[in-house]
Design a protein around this ligand. Structure first.
Ligand code: SF4
Length: 354
């Protein structure tokens, strides 16, 4: 299978790259928008970074917030008008709990905007699953328990929930269509020894890709590192066995070894916030998924005005955020940001000396 996740994707968009600068802001639209339709979730994972008191992520999140249908349609129409390249639905809450997801994705599909979703898989069924199967690009089901009791303990749900999610995934695959069924295993001390078993189960269900990512347990890099250091050899072994037998499926996120060391930032503006911003269920627009529902990540509000209008009028906000001061925590865009700085910072006189 071709590579699905890469920090180099941005280099396929030279116009956007050239528009980025630490001294002036891009007039171009974002390439990809993460949309949080609801903060309501039907699971209660112990490691959910949005729901832990000592995490900067989710600090101001209101769990009952969701985007009203009329506003969602306005947002979608703006994204279509702006020719945004892709939309991913994510939490806050569980996107498939959002009552207007079917109408939302149908409108995106009709406009030809590629869309995808993160999900816990519990509601991956019915008409909305059919639309995803036929017209979505990918869904990524997060699966961390390896059987009914472990799944129930991690997610504080009934023991039958595990079997239902597996059944939904199996049914989803049988719908056919072009949508990839991705999965992510968030690795903890509990499931570390079961990675291989879980990969085998997912492979048997027909999963198209399996991402293995480390749980984030703290804003503090040292604490995170210490947590994973305890089981790193075991995880390496499980991952190696998984790759040996299911290598065509198994992808170790650079998060796993790299992102554990990605907390420190020494740069003063963030390119990625102009590339992949987040629209929250509170109708605020945030810099990224690692600063959603945090005042430091707030770019602007779209209450009472459209996203397109706000993106152009409030673009001065894009350079306000100084990552060296407020982003020394987990950041999925750190690798991409560093590559962009290297690209933009290369001396033009030395470019011919390839
Ligand atoms: S540096 Fe990372 S955490 Fe900070 S705004 Fe940019 S993407 Fe988000």
């Amino acid at each position: 299978m071709a590579i699905l996740n890469s920090n180099l994707k941005i280099f396929h968009y030279p116009e956007k790259l050239r528009s980025l600068s630490g001294s002036s802001v891009s007039v171009l639209p974002p390439l990809h928008v993460r949309l949080k339709p609801t903060n309501i979730c039907n699971h209660d994972c112990w490691f959910c970074a949005y729901r832990q008191d000592d995490f900067q992520l989710g600090e101001t999140m209101v769990e009952r917030d969701q985007i009203p249908l009329e506003k969602m349609m306005e947002i979608v129409d703006d994204l279509i008008e702006m020719k945004v390249g892709a939309v991913t639905f994510s939490g806050g809450g569980e996107p498939f709990v959002y009552p207007h997801l079917l109408q939302t994705v149908t409108r995106l599909a009709e406009a030809g905007i590629p869309f995808a979703s993160l999900t816990n898989g519990s509601r991956l069924l019915g008409e909305v699953a059919q639309v995803f199967a036929e017209r979505g690009v990918w869904v990524r089901v997060s699966l961390d328990g390896w059987d009914g009791p472990s799944y129930a303990k991690i997610r504080r749900v009934k023991q039958t929930a595990f079997g239902k999610v597996l059944a939904n995934m199996e049914t989803f695959k049988k719908l056919g269509g072009r949508c990839l069924l991705s999965t992510v295993i968030v690795v903890t001390h509990e499931n570390g020894p079961h990675i291989y078993d879980l990969v085998r189960t997912l492979s048997g269900l027909g999963a198209d890709s399996i991402k293995i990512s480390p749980v984030v347990v703290s804003n503090d890099e040292r604490k995170n590192h210490a947590y994973h250091q305890e089981h790193l050899d075991l995880v390496r072994n499980e991952v190696a066995r998984s790759k040996a037998d299911f290598g065509h499926l198994t992808e170790i996120s650079d998060a796993f070894y790299g992102q554990l060391a990605s907390f420190f930032k020494d740069y003063h503006w963030c390119p990625f916030l102009q590339i992949r911003p987040v629209i929250g269920a509170d109708l605020n627009v945030y810099s990224c998924q690692d600063k959603a529902y945090n005042p430091d990540g707030l770019l602007f509000s779209i209450k009472g005005r459209g996203f397109r209008d706000a993106w152009h009028r409030d673009k001065g906000q894009f350079l306000r955020l100084d990552p060296s001061k407020v982003c020394n925590h987990h950041c999925v865009a750190n690798g991409g940001n560093k590559l962009i700085f290297e690209y933009l910072g290369t001396d033009p006189q030395h470019l011919p000396f390839v």
